[in-house]
Write a new protein. Sequence first.
Lengths: 146, 146
Amino acid sequence: MRKQPEKSQRQALNLYVKLMRATNRVTGDIHRHLAADKLTHSQFAVLEALYHLGPLSQGELGAKILRSNANLTTVVDSLEKKDLVRRMRAPEDRRRVTVTLTDAGEKLIGRVFPRHAKIVEHEFSVLSADEQEQLATLLKKLGKGK
Amino acid sequence: MRKQPEKSQRQALNLYVKLMRATNRVTGDIHRHLAADKLTHSQFAVLEALYHLGPLSQGELGAKILRSNANLTTVVDSLEKKDLVRRMRAPEDRRRVTVTLTDAGEKLIGRVFPRHAKIVEHEFSVLSADEQEQLATLLKKLGKGK
DNA sequence: TCCAATTATTTCGACATCGAAATATTTAAC
DNA sequence: GTTAAATATTTCGATGTCGAAATAATTGGA
């Protein structure tokens, strides 16, 4: 006997490749559409978070979009340069920087988000609603780890 | 009626977030382990491809590891600098560059790969064998797109 | 045979990202 | 109240990545 370990490793390695391929395809397609509006994934993700959740600190944004605090500075810098967001030191805790959408930012994300949603919907439309539910359950477990 | 489109978009958007979180966790953990041997994902992927498939051209490697040709130049550069691979113009078609493992490269990947396999196995061990099979099927569909 | 189109790699310029160190501010312990 | 530790952001230096243009080599007509 004693073949199990190898088999389970092979299965995991194949799964890893498939996870990468799937992610790669989905993010690649989304990237192309966001690039049409000169937005990176992170920039879009920040605008979207502010759009749906209201003003947030950079730390909160970083946690939300899975990027480092250092990177958040850069992302917010570039959004601020394009006048899509505004920075304000939080008066109740001056270590924090509260980021808010400008009118232009609100307008842009209001236009881009619905299209983004359609594209994501399309990406996953190779799977039935049931399959999507299954996938969600499995990915949730995987995302938590142990 | 007319609520379906919104629901299916919400499902897809949630799924997208879960896919990113799961991928992020898995690659993050793997990254930390590869970094211990001063290897990036791409460098490791190249070594691994050569190890299991034998000498390949850069174009073939790029397709394998899902990176651009431009990037392959850089990745192979750095592996060559560390004396882990060797470049040779293919004599039968001198446009192509054949990449081969050196003895040092073979030794390194022979040592690192088994550990990598164990880590990947561990990453996915939150899922049962059955669940992994399900996930593989779903990701395969998703990776192909339509 | 010669030339145009194709293919493989490299170079170039740009940018996203990270980790570590630096800075600013708040909180908690004494 | 003062000071040490914790927290939030920024700066710095480094690296991985891409797309487009440049270069080199091959192939398929005419």
